[in-house]
Design a protein around this ligand. Structure first.
Ligand SMILES: Nc1ncnc2c1ncn2[C@@H]1O[C@H](COP(=O)(O)OP(=O)(O)OP(=O)(O)O)[C@@H](O)[C@H]1O
Ligand SMILES: [Mg+2]
Length: 313
């Protein structure tokens, strides 16, 4: 595996005594889009900030393309673009000036053509002469992305890139991320939106209460844990699931008008034919059958619930 970032045994206890991160081991592959998924307070920003050298870990080591992220901070940091979660831009500069300034900070020679392209990619070119303070929230977020890209980083961190951003802009950002990846940029993003991880990521890491519960290829994750659901719309509503259907562990939905059956899409036997035979035998009529895949969202909710139950036990 060609890893571009290596995190080994990284843990964090803040000065308050709060343990935000249990020891984490994680390798980021060159050129991938990695999504760190977790609820509020899970430790996503903490982990990213440690890798970017903004927060000091209590234990562990990080290397970024062979550079120690702490001992050799400048070399490591130069390879990284970071779009922080919090808006932090110089409000009184123009868009163009603030982005050019970011590039200079990293000691890169001026390249007006490159900056123009970045601003155009982010639909900010028309606003280049506006003061940042005069932009909308979503535009300010795009300025942060432009700043992070200003020095042509190998690795881009996006901490909640689409928080507070409308649907159209979110789609634009996804496209931009894919374009960057095509150019070879490695991308690590955090998100609460499972939809976003599902749409963008090659691999997903799930983090909860400072624990990295799992790291998996998105496709494998969805195949391994993905359940399918079948909704059976009944002709007559029922008050409870008949005993004769116990083996399928059905649930009633829509005030008894529907039966819900969850089954393993990978299993040899789905149980559907036998269920349908049984319904027939019991003279339970239905109007419609509908099957759908569970989303990464269902998987995620299950995972976190299981992990918390295990921790509590
Ligand atoms: N500087 C700090 N001092 C003390 N505790 C902190 C500090 N920064 C973060 N924490 C705590 O560490 C935990 C993880 O915070 P972090 O910001 O990493 O979460 P997150 O996963 O990014 O959450 P969100 O989705 O809300 O952005 C939280 O409980 C938070 O209160
Ligand atoms: Mg955060």
């Amino acid at each position: 595996m060609d890893s571009i970032i290596s995190v080994a045994g990284v843990a964090k206890t803040y000065d308050t005594g709060f343990r935000a991160l249990d020891p984490v081991d994680l390798d980021i592959r060159k050129g991938e889009i990695f999504a760190l998924l977790g609820p509020n307070g899970a430790g996503k920003t903490t982990l990213i900030s440690i890798i970017c050298g903004i927060v000091r870990p209590s234990a562990g080591t990080i290397t970024v393309m062979g550079h120690d992220a702490i001992g050799d901070f400048r070399a490591a940091r130069r390879l990284i673009g970071l779009v922080p979660q919090e808006l932090s831009v110089d409000m009184f500069e123009t868009v163009l000036a603030t982005v050019k300034f970011s590039r200079r900070l990293f000691g890169k020679a001026a390249d007006d053509g490159y900056i123009e392209q970045v601003l155009k990619d982010l639909s900010l070119w028309d606003k280049r002469k506006s003061k940042v303070a005069e932009l909308s929230g979503g535009m300010k977020r795009r300025v942060l992305i432009a700043k992070a890209l200003s020095h042509e980083p190998e690795i881009l961190f996006l901490d909640e890139p689409t928080a507070g951003v409308d649907v159209a802009l979110r789609r634009d950002m996804w496209k931009l991320v894919h374009r960057l990846r095509e150019k070879g940029t490695t991308i690590i993003l955090t998100t609460h939106y499972i939809e976003e991880a599902e749409e963008m990521a090659d691999r997903v890491g799930v983090i909860d209460k400072g624990r990295l519960i799992l790291v998996e290829d998105k496709a494998v994750l969805m195949r391994k844990l993905g359940k399918r659901r079948m909704l059976i719309s009944l002709q007559e509503p029922m008050a409870e699931v008949p005993a004769g259907l116990a083996e399928w562990h059905l649930e009633l939905a829509d005030e008894g008008r529907q039966l819900l059956y969850l089954f393993d899409a990978q299993a040899e036997r789905t149980g559907i034919p036998s269920l349908l035979r049984k319904l027939n035998e019991l003279h339970i009529g239905f109007k419609d059958l509908e099957t759908s895949k569970s989303s990464l969202e269902d998987i995620f909710v299950d995972l976190v619930a299981n992990d918390r139950a295990e921790q509590a036990a």
